[in-house]
Write a protein that binds this ligand. Sequence first.
Ligand SMILES: *[C@@H]1O[C@H](CO)[C@@H](O)[C@H](O)[C@H]1NC(C)=O
Ligand SMILES: *[C@@H]1O[C@H](CO)[C@@H](O)[C@H](O)[C@H]1NC(C)=O
Ligand SMILES: *[C@@H]1O[C@H](CO)[C@@H](O)[C@H](O)[C@H]1NC(C)=O
Ligand SMILES: *[C@@H]1O[C@H](CO)[C@@H](O)[C@H](O)[C@H]1NC(C)=O
Ligand SMILES: *[C@@H]1O[C@H](CO)[C@@H](O)[C@H](O)[C@H]1NC(C)=O
Ligand SMILES: *[C@@H]1O[C@H](CO)[C@@H](O)[C@H](O)[C@H]1NC(C)=O
Ligand SMILES: *[C@@H]1O[C@H](CO)[C@@H](O)[C@H](O)[C@H]1NC(C)=O
Ligand SMILES: *[C@@H]1O[C@H](CO)[C@@H](O)[C@H](O)[C@H]1NC(C)=O
Ligand SMILES: *[C@@H]1O[C@H](CO)[C@@H](O)[C@H](O)[C@H]1NC(C)=O
Ligand SMILES: *[C@@H]1O[C@H](CO)[C@@H](O)[C@H](O)[C@H]1NC(C)=O
Ligand SMILES: *[C@@H]1O[C@H](CO)[C@@H](O)[C@H](O)[C@H]1NC(C)=O
Ligand SMILES: *[C@@H]1O[C@H](CO)[C@@H](O)[C@H](O)[C@H]1NC(C)=O
Length: 544
Amino acid sequence: MQVLRLLPALTAFLYLLLSSGAQENPIKPQVWVHPPNPVILSGSSVVMNCSTDCANPTKIGLETRLKTTPEGNGSNWKAWRLSNVTWDNSPLCYVNCPGKKQGSIRAHIVVYEPPKNLELNLEPSQEQSSLPWIPVGQNITLSCHVAGGRPRENLMVVLLRGTQEMSRQPVPKNTLDTVFVKFWVTASREDDEASFSCRAELNLQPRGLMRYQNSSAPLKFYTFALAQEPPVLVIPKLLEAGTKEQVSCEMDELFPVEKANIQLSWGGQRLIQNITRHGDMLRATATVMAAKEEKGDRELTCNVRLGNETKNVSEDLTIYTFPEPRLVVSEPVQEGYRVNLTCKADLTATVMIEGATGDEPDRMSLIVQEKDNGRLFTCQATLKLRGETLHKNSSLNLNVLFPPKLDEKCPGNWTWNEGTEQTLQCIARGNPDPIVKCVPENQQTGMPLGIPKTVTRAYSGTYRCTANNSLGEANKVVSVVVMFQDVDLRPILVGILISMVAVGIVISGGYLYYRQQRIRSYELKKAQEARALQPIKAEAKPCP
Ligand SMILES: *[C@@H]1O[C@H](CO)[C@@H](O)[C@H](O)[C@H]1NC(C)=O
Ligand SMILES: *[C@@H]1O[C@H](CO)[C@@H](O)[C@H](O)[C@H]1NC(C)=O
Ligand SMILES: *[C@@H]1O[C@H](CO)[C@@H](O)[C@H](O)[C@H]1NC(C)=O
Ligand SMILES: *[C@@H]1O[C@H](CO)[C@@H](O)[C@H](O)[C@H]1NC(C)=O
Ligand SMILES: *[C@@H]1O[C@H](CO)[C@@H](O)[C@H](O)[C@H]1NC(C)=O
Ligand SMILES: *[C@@H]1O[C@H](CO)[C@@H](O)[C@H](O)[C@H]1NC(C)=O
Ligand SMILES: *[C@@H]1O[C@H](CO)[C@@H](O)[C@H](O)[C@H]1NC(C)=O
Ligand SMILES: *[C@@H]1O[C@H](CO)[C@@H](O)[C@H](O)[C@H]1NC(C)=O
Ligand SMILES: *[C@@H]1O[C@H](CO)[C@@H](O)[C@H](O)[C@H]1NC(C)=O
Ligand SMILES: *[C@@H]1O[C@H](CO)[C@@H](O)[C@H](O)[C@H]1NC(C)=O
Ligand SMILES: *[C@@H]1O[C@H](CO)[C@@H](O)[C@H](O)[C@H]1NC(C)=O
Ligand SMILES: *[C@@H]1O[C@H](CO)[C@@H](O)[C@H](O)[C@H]1NC(C)=O
């Protein structure tokens, strides 16, 4: 109660205290604004209600640049519709109250806007016509453009590869309506043709609203890796005119190997090639062929392309001609003659006859003998080209002519048994092959050479064998002895005759005795039969 009584005095004291500077309107009226902190969608409208405890306010006003339309009034309140609110705003609500200072209060309108128009791009921006190629390991910048997405403090921008979240970034507050959020990425193999996208997430749940999110269209690019080293060419240095050779080119550590391109070309012309892949390696093989009349260097190039990069390697292939050496033999090649062998080749080649001595390795001179017939002579030509040594050989068998020779292969004595099968052989050596004939010296029937025959004593005798070829003839006398045995048959025949007579006598004597014995027993038998036949006679039946 005492306090209540004291109140007017206290109020007067306070009044004096406050109005010490400004003598009039010592007290401000109470002002409220509703809603005090609205969060509204950008472009929408909001009704702001200013009310006061002033009983008769002379003016209730709202200070704002926003378009306002009166929404209603009362004695101590006034409401306005603020339309098309696109930015955060703090309109001031003020009240003029008679006898009091002006009272005011600010409302804080927060404008939210879901993210939209998202776009993900590679920086620097690429031509749109085809997918860009990015070397693996290169640092790239992906820029995500976001419009809207306010309030910024509730916005997150996420970089996605497929559905995988790669990175997440807040957005600086003091940015304009559109913002570019940058992501730095080191290109990897996994990024090849992957769908990158960015997603903006506006989380207004702390403000009592929902989550908004929006995504960009997918962005794709190719990544590739190409080794620093050039491709490896496997080619011969030399190619003989008129021949073929296999060449190949390979390159390892290509990613993605399926998109790599390899091309072998020769003298500016693309070769028809065979491409094979083994893991990360690409290989092209082709056949190069030089025409017969071709000569000189031709460049072989291997070109590997991947992405926007190219790797080349080139090497020269030298086309050469190297005819075989010729071995020339002087005529005649005949027993006892001197024969000169000479090897001839191209001027650029050095030649050597195998076995040649002295300072003339390209020639040889010898007096040929029978034993040299068939001897092999080889001439080797050597050509040095681009550090490589080439060889070519040519050989020939010496054909030494020599007259016929009759010796061991035509034996001089033949001893045969009559009736046996034998062959008379007489072989002569000689070049060309001699023709051999053996003719009997007397008029006996001859025996053909080399054919098995049953020997009769008529073959006995002396034969003259002649071996004949273009260079001459050789003779040899060959004797044939046929062994036989004649026997005298007269004593044997007499012996046989005597024994036959003796045997005849013995046989006739024996027969006479036998016959006599036989007649006697026959008569006896007949008498017995006659007796036995009589009683059976009546039962006799006619024969069928
Ligand atoms: C404004 O506020 C006053 C006081 O709180 C209230 O009586 C009035 O109905 C409100 N007007 C509107 C349009 O909300
Ligand atoms: C209050 O509202 C009425 C109609 O609702 C209007 O006629 C009047 O002019 C308003 N007063 C003020 C001071 O705006
Ligand atoms: C809303 O305001 C924006 C600028 O802030 C303007 O471009 C647009 O035309 C306005 N819309 C309306 C319906 O007044
Ligand atoms: C996403 O943005 C597009 C414009 O880029 C808009 O048309 C769409 O409505 C937005 N989606 C959501 C869910 O906000
Ligand atoms: C890429 O960026 C990383 C760090 O962001 C750095 O370590 C690397 O050296 C960069 N690589 C290139 C090729 O610039
Ligand atoms: C390519 O090479 C493969 C394997 O070496 C072989 O089987 C195939 O026949 C070749 N093709 C051509 C056209 O040469
Ligand atoms: C290939 O493209 C990348 C970027 O895509 C660029 O940095 C590089 O210089 C290009 N290389 C060549 C050989 O054009
Ligand atoms: C590689 O080959 C291509 C086409 O054949 C040519 O344009 C380029 O200059 C070559 N590069 C080198 C380094 O030889
Ligand atoms: C063989 O060569 C020698 C000299 O080397 C020569 O005197 C001789 O006449 C030649 N003989 C033949 C048959 O060419
Ligand atoms: C040529 O002859 C040499 C020696 O006689 C031999 O080593 C070489 O293999 C031969 N070359 C050819 C291609 O026959
Ligand atoms: C061949 O017969 C002759 C006389 O008939 C004889 O002088 C010579 O020794 C015999 N030779 C052989 C090898 O039997
Ligand atoms: C063999 O030599 C004889 C005598 O020299 C000759 O008459 C005959 O024509 C020669 N036969 C052959 C086949 O050369």
